[in-house]
Ligand binder design. Structure first.
Ligand SMILES: Cc1cc2nc3c(=O)[nH]c(=O)nc-3n(C[C@H](O)[C@H](O)[C@H](O)COP(=O)(O)O)c2cc1C
Length: 187
């Protein structure tokens, strides 16, 4: 048993992106985190995902696109703020894009699951490396016009998550965790 690895998994938690601070991992620090995260189950080795890393310049551009898109949709100020907020506050965001590949033997749902697994792997790898990380989506992630303009998504692509990574501030309280008896049946 690898005690340290098990202890990490048994106690892992996200860190709230609103409380993340600078510095964020630079490219040298982030590359091994991405490499570790990409060791993700992937039926058929299709690589049905890609990553877009954004630092301040890109984050500001994404915030502007979010605001412009919300205004074009006639959204209220709360949604306009949500369109920019996560990017304005962030120092580093890794966008996990589901990029399904044609495959006879691998249904698209399995490619979708691999993209979700990549998001969690990324949160875990960044956390294990000592950073704080949180997986967000928000309306921007599900808005076709936004993801096309901001991340260059092709029509079949979609956003699985926007993982914000930075330096942790004050310790964050954990949230209630599932009760085994509620979710597990033993046959
Ligand atoms: C697909 C997905 C999308 C999420 N989007 C958001 C979001 O937009 N805003 C938010 O506050 N939390 C969001 N969350 C939840 C955060 O990731 C939250 O930090 C997480 O539930 C904490 O769990 P953990 O400590 O077990 O990692 C999302 C979670 C998932 C799985």
């Amino acid at each position: 048993m690898t005690q340290d690895a098990f202890a990490f998994l048994a106690n892992r938690q996200s860190y709230p992106s609103k409380a993340l601070q600078a510095p964020a991992p630079d490219r040298t620090a982030l590359e091994p985190i991405l490499q570790a995260a990409l060791r993700v189950p992937d039926h058929g080795n299709l690589q049905p995902w890609r990553l877009v890393v954004g630092y301040r310049k890109a984050l500001s551009a994404w915030a502007d696109i979010g605001e412009a898109r919300a205004k074009a949709l006639g959204d209220d100020p709360v949604r306009i703020e949500k369109g920019r907020g996560q990017f304005d506050r962030s120092h580093c965001a890794v966008v996990v894009i589901g990029s399904p590949k044609p495959a006879d033997k691998v249904p698209e749902i399995e490619q979708t699951l691999s993209a979700g697994a990549l998001c969690l792997n990324l949160v875990n790898a960044a956390t294990a490396a000592g950073w704080g990380a949180q997986w967000l989506t928000g309306w921007v992630s599900h808005d076709r016009a936004f993801i096309t303009r901001a991340f260059g998504c092709a029509p079949q692509e979609w956003v699985a998550g926007i993982v914000h990574i930075g330096t942790k501030g004050a310790p964050a309280p954990d949230r209630p965790r599932p009760d085994l008896a509620q979710v597990v049946t033993w046959e």
